[in-house]
Design a protein. Sequence first.
Length: 134
Amino acid sequence: MSEISDEIKSIKIASAFKEDLKFYVCVFALFDKTIIKTYPLYAELLHKYVQKDGDLGMQYLLYSLQHFFYEEHQEIVSHIPTLLKLMYDDDVFSETFLCNWSEEALAEPESQLFNPAYDHKMKQHSKEFLTWLK
């Protein structure tokens, strides 16, 4: 896990990308269609990154997951609620953050990851989980 973290740091330094892309690189490097099975292996790393960046970290991770599911893995969008529940249980996403996101669009940071269509789709796919959470 520290090797992956070190690699992300070196890539970030080498290319000087914004914080939001750290999450994008992390999600796409760590996961494939077996995301539910492999997520526990990287939960601690994601928690660490999110804690460092706070609400913006949660937002960037959420946007990265939206790209992951809607650009690369549409065949597993049914796993979205399960993944959000796992991330909620591991304190990667806070209850407040998820409830705020479910009720309205998050304040749009200067992130090239934000896609309103993906955001809407993910809320639809997460509806039962978000209702349970509230």
